[in-house]
Design a protein around this ligand. Structure first.
Ligand SMILES: Nc1ncnc2c1ncn2[C@@H]1O[C@H](COP(=O)(O)OP(=O)(O)OP(=O)(O)O)[C@@H](O)[C@H]1O
Length: 454
């Protein structure tokens, strides 16, 4: 018992660690399931989890063998003793209930084993229920899309509600066309369904009515705001396999998720074959200069929250850019970033937008980001109510965009509850922005200069 105890103590410690590690991997992957899907990293995460499970299993087996030997031998000697006692007792014992007590002891053991088995079956049933669940969006069915395809994206009369909240219509006849290389910012009230547009684009869900299409033929000089969908050579994105469709999209979510591992591993998430050079290029492009200042650079191990909000966003940018995506879906962080981080994030956005290679559909909250888009669309009541260049919408008398910005301004800058801001205040806000924009462009040039030295 002493030797077994010592061995078990060591083994338990290791098992606890391994179980902790396994749970962490599962929790990280499950809580970031959208990111995992967006980067087609399901197989990678499954492999990571399987390795951890295998480790727990090996330790569990060792413990089972050790306890098998220990309890087997002690049980065997115990049984031999009891049998001996029974044999001996039957000669000497005249009271039947004494023998029955020994027998009852055996029976209780059998009951205990039975309860444990039943408990395991109960827990196992739930696990198998989860394992047997089929995704509503099949991952590998459909046409394989080549990763270098570029094309216009169209939302055609899309109606959508979440399966868990069928009574709330999120999108109602939503129509939008984004051409190749175009940058479109979606703005609107909080909770108006902007991020849901991304969810449909990435096929986390499919529309209830209408469709999202992709036209791999090239750019169109068609009207920007799609009213009448009279297109012929576009393909419903449901016809592509979800994995190959997601391969051409780079995603930067509102609250980017990091995984326990090195910075390089995080940038190469879903792209494990990427070379160090490619990783560094992506980091440079995304203004992640802070990595070079870290003690182990790209090999620095990070946890889920060990970087600041702005750094996390830029790292997520680098991760998205490494895919060299045809489409970039960016959901701007609503949480306040400090001024430097915000500028660095905006510079990174600016660089990508200026490249003209990538079609960008981004959900924007800050004026400084919105104004960087070629076209701004305003969402209200689940549909597009206004579309145009930033300057056009700002200049348009009584535009919804102006009203939206005015209420934002009054909420953010004047901190009032009235929701009204004067026209002058809006102009002032816009002027302030223009100064910031020029500064931003200069900043990008300085950074690019610096980047050459990395
Ligand atoms: N997974 C979900 N299941 C059910 N309802 C959801 C889900 N995700 C979002 N919603 C609801 O859908 C509506 C639109 O949400 P969405 O995130 O698209 O808005 P948003 O315009 O991006 O908001 P914000 O600007 O605050 O990020 C909200 O009312 C939200 O509560």
């Amino acid at each position: 018992a002493v030797f077994y105890g010592r061995y078990l103590k060591k083994l338990s410690h290791k098992t606890q660690e391994a179980v902790g590690d396994m749970t962490k991997v599962a929790a990280e992957s499950l809580s970031a399931l959208r990111t995992v899907h967006a980067f087609n990293a399901l197989a990678q995460e499954e492999k990571k989890f399987s390795e951890r499970v295998a480790k727990v299993l090996t330790l569990g087996r060792k413990e089972a063998i050790a306890s098998g030997i220990f309890f087997g031998s002690t049980g065997w000697s115990g049984n031999v003793t009891i049998l001996g006692l029974l044999g001996y007792g039957s000669h000497h014992c005249w009271r039947l209930d004494e023998l029955a007590a020994v027998h009852r002891l055996r029976w209780e053991w059998a009951q205990y084993a039975h309860t444990s088995i039943m408990r395991a079956i109960g827990a196992g049933t739930r696990v198998f229920e989860v394992l047997d669940r089929e995704s509503l969006v099949p991952l590998h069915e459909g046409v394989e899309l080549s990763p270098d395809r570029r094309g216009a994206i169209r939302f055609e009369h899309v109606h959508f509600e979440y399966p868990t909240r069928k009574d709330v219509k999120i999108l109602k006849d939503f129509n939008l066309e984004v051409n190749v290389g175009e940058t479109v910012a979606i703005v609107g009230e909080s909770g108006g369904g902007k991020s849901s547009v991304h969810s449909l684009l990435l096929r986390y869900y499919d529309p209830n009515h209408g469709k999202v299409t992709f036209d791999g033929q090239g750019a169109h000089n068609t009207p920007k705001l799609l009213v009448d969908c009279a297109y012929s050579n576009n393909t419903d994105i449901r016809d592509f396999s979800a994995t190959s469709w997601r391969r051409i999209i780079g995603v930067v979510p509102q609250d980017p998720v990091l995984f326990t591992g090195t910075i390089a591993e995080n940038i190469a998430f879903g792209n494990p074959e990427a070379t160090r050079e490619e990783i560094e290029d992506a980091a440079r492009e995304a203004n992640c200069e802070f990595i070079w200042g870290m003690p182990d650079g790209f090999d620095t191990t990070i946890g889920r929250l060990s970087l600041s909000g702005g750094q996390r966003q830029r790292l997520a940018f680098a991760r998205a850019l490494l895919k060299k995506p045809a489409i970039l879906a960016l959901d701007e962080a609503t949480s306040a970033l400090d001024a430097t981080s915000e500028r660095r994030v905006n510079d990174a956005i600016e660089k990508i937008l200026r490249s003209g290679q990538t079609t960008c559909l981004f959900v924007a909250h800050r004026l400084s980001t919105i104004a960087r888009a070629e076209r701004v669309i305003v969402m209200e009541g689940g549909r597009v109510v206004e579309s145009g260049a930033y300057r056009e919408l700002v200049a348009r008398e009584g535009s919804r965009f102006r009203a939206l910005m005015a209420s934002q301004l009054s909420a953010v800058e004047q901190n009032t509850t009235t929701g009204d801001a004067s026209e002058e205040a809006v102009e002032e806000y816009v002027e302030e922005f223009d100064e910031g924009r020029d500064e931003g462009v200069r900043e990008v040039e300085v950074v690019e200069e610096k980047a050459k030295k990395y």
